[in-house]
Design a protein around this ligand. Structure first.
Ligand code: 13P
Length: 252
């Protein structure tokens, strides 16, 4: 059966010392009070090699927030999937709406990133989601379908099964405006139905689909209670241990 997962996306926050302190504090709390779901923290690249050995891998997985779309070579400033993997990190967020919007990541670029992540043993947390105008025009299903088909639906069923999806409506990210539990369930069910069409019911049933966008301790339980919502990808609330723990505890 699919896993319930709460993943934190630290984005461009926390210097190295602050990141280490946050990871240590979270680790202590979760070792003492074991979570009922998988917990992942996705940190800036620079933190990975320090944070990975600090946390108990049985309670916290570590991931990056991006990777290069090239194997290696003359790509100044880029960080490859192999480099991420060499730090002990196991996950990588790909296709976040901030990277699509600000760094012009196309479906094709993301397709390459997904392939390289998988080739290096990383689990992609692949983000999809519509902007406000698309939601208002009732185009959200069309948009997420194009994102899935454009970057993932060339994968074999075996490779697709290694992917975690995160539905993050762009209008809910960092805005304090959360999708309602009904809106989340409706589109998660749609996403699962398209996976079933492409890869069959078993693959669809085993795919974890996380919700992201202004998720907090006060709304996590209601969101995660939905049949097709398998946890969350958390931004702001992942930067405070008490808030992140509150969201993790939604599975208790
Ligand atoms: P917030 O939880 O801050 O809205 O961010 C969500 C997000 O973008 C996680 O990837």
């Amino acid at each position: 059966m699919r896993k319930n997962i709460v993943a934190g996306n630290w984005k461009m926050n926390k210097n190295l010392q602050e990141g280490i302190a946050l990871a240590k504090e979270l680790n202590e709390i979760l070792v003492a009070d074991k979570p009922n779901c998988d917990v992942v923290i996705c940190t800036p690249f620079i933190h990975l090699a320090s944070v990975t050995p600090l946390v108990d891998a049985t309670v916290i997985g570590v991931g990056a927030e991006n990777c290069a779309d090239k194997v290696s070579g003359a790509y100044t400033g880029e960080v490859s999937a192999e480099m991420i993997s060499s730090t002990g990190a196991k996950y990588v967020i790909l296709g976040h709406s901030e990277r699509r919007a600000y760094y012009h990541e196309t479906f094709e670029i993301l397709k390459e990133k997904v392939k390289l992540a998988l080739a290096n043993g990383l689990t992609p947390i692949f983000c999809i989601g519509e902007v406000l105008e698309e939601r208002e025009a009732g185009k959200q299903n069309e948009v997420v379908y194009a994102q899935l088909a454009g970057s993932l639906y060339d994968l074999s069923a075996e490779d697709f099964s290694k992917i975690i999806l995160a539905y993050e409506p762009v209008w809910a990210i960092g805005t304090g405006k959360t999708a309602t539990a009904e809106q989340a369930q409706e589109i998660h069910a749609y996403i699962r139905s398209t996976i079933a069409e492409k890869y069959g019911k078993e693959v669809a049933e085993n795919t974890s689909i996380l919700y992201g966008g202004s998720c907090k301790p006060s709304n996590a339980k209601e969101l995660f209670a939905n049949q097709d919502v398998d946890g969350g990808l958390i931004g702001g609330a992942a930067l405070k241990v008490a808030d992140f723990k509150g969201i993790i505890d939604a599975f208790k």
